[in-house]
Structure formats: structure tokens, C-alpha cells
Design a protein around this ligand. Structure first.
Ligand SMILES: [Zn+2]
Length: 205
């Protein structure tokens, strides 16, 4: 069984290479695959990769962390709130994309706060912008949303369906598709709640 290690905080190197060092390393990689990094089409490729990485790996930058709006639960809602959307991430084993749909639900605390639901997509996007494993991506998303509600939500459910290019590109038999589901709180203890969640997943799938 593989251990899932954190990809933030303790694993970060404190000394970042300069942009020139990054460009030069990417040039080396191009040579390693048999390319000529000086030909016209590749001249700016190291630079383009570097800039793209700043964007698709913004999840390492605390200042890019989305601000999560919450509202007082004045109507004391405690019904399941559901949201779904797409995500794009990069696998930490091959640095290739994996992507698919997320299905999210939570039960607000009637005495706590509720999430601005549009923020869920931002949190998913931010947590996905790191080298990830599908399991840890699910955990990171729930942890950030749970923190925003000060740990007071009554339960979270998150399903991530994903297609891994490191598998599909190499023709691995299962087509590289996998699903991960994470339940906390009431979703863990209440089977009918889980079924209600899965029914919602089915209707938007
Ligand atoms: Zn992979």
C-alpha cells in the first residue's frame, strides 16, 4: 500500500532555482528526448513551460489561495447542498494530466455557516494545481472547505472521477479511469444520505 505524503509545507524546498536555471533544466530535458532546443519551434518552449507551470501549479503559492466566502446560516438549513464540475490536475508519478468531474455535497450546521457554493470550484481548482494523487486531491479539497466552515459542517461527500493520461497514453487496459469517494461526518454514518448523494451524482453525470 502506497503512503500518501503531503505535497505542501514540509516537502517544499526553501531555495527556489532562478528562472534561468529552470529554463536551462528544461532545455536539458529537450536534449534528453532527442530534440534540438535551438530549432525555431522550440526556441521559446522552455520559457512557455515555465510560465504555464506557474499557472497550473499555483496551488503551491499561499497567496493564490482562494478566499472562501461563508454566510451565517440564518434559516438554519440542514439539507444536503450539492455541486459538481470539472477539474484538471497533474499526477505526481508522471507529471501528466489527470482530469474529470467532481461531485461535492455537504450538510451545513444549522447553527454554523454556509459556503458560497461558487467557491467550491475555486477550491477544487487551487488544490488541483499541484502534483497530486486523486485520493489526496479529495482530502485537500475537503480539508480546505471544512476549515472555511471552522470544522462545523455536519458532513462532507466528495467523488472524483478521473482519467489519467499516464495510463491512457500508454494503452493500459483500464483506460486510466478511476473514481475516488470520500465521506465525513453524517455521510459516513448515514447510509440513506450516501444514497441521496449518489442519486444526485447519477442525475448530473
Ligand atoms: Zn501517473
Amino acid at each position: 500500500m502506497e503512503t500518501v505524503t503531503s505535497n505542501t509545507q514540509d516537502t517544499q524546498h526553501s531555495v527556489r532555482p532562478s528562472e534561468e536555471e529552470v529554463r536551462s533544466a528544461l532545455r536539458t530535458l529537450l536534449i534528453a528526448i532527442g530534440e534540438d532546443p535551438d530549432r525555431e519551434g522550440l526556441k521559446d518552449t522552455p520559457d512557455r513551460i515555465m510560465r504555464m507551470w506557474q499557472e497550473i501549479f499555483r496551488g503551491y503559492q499561499p497567496e493564490k489561495k482562494p478566499r472562501i466566502t461563508t454566510f451565517a446560516n440564518t434559516n438554519h438549513l440542514e439539507e444536503m447542498v450539492f455541486d459538481a464540475g470539472d477539474y484538471y490536475s497533474m499526477c505526481e508519478h508522471h507529471v501528466l494530466p489527470f482530469f474529470g468531474q467532481y461531485y461535492f455535497a455537504y450538510i451545513p450546521s444549522p447553527e454554523g455557516r454556509i459556503l458560497g457554493i461558487s467557491k467550491v470550484a475555486r477550491v477544487v481548482g487551487y488544490c488541483a494545481a499541484r502534483l497530486q494523487l486523486q485520493e489526496r486531491l479529495a482530502e485537500d479539497i475537503i480539508a480546505m472547505l471544512s476549515d472555511a466552515l471552522k470544522g462545523k459542517a455536519l458532513g462532507f461527500a466528495l467523488m472524483l472521477r478521473g482519467r489519467h493520461l499516464c495510463k491512457t497514453m500508454r494503452g493500459v487496459r483500464n483506460k486510466g479511469e478511476m473514481a475516488v469517494t470520500l465521506y465525513t461526518g453524517q455521510f459516513k454514518t448515514n447510509r440513506s444520505l450516501r444514497l441521496e448523494f449518489l442519486k444526485m451524482v447519477d442525475t448530473v453525470k
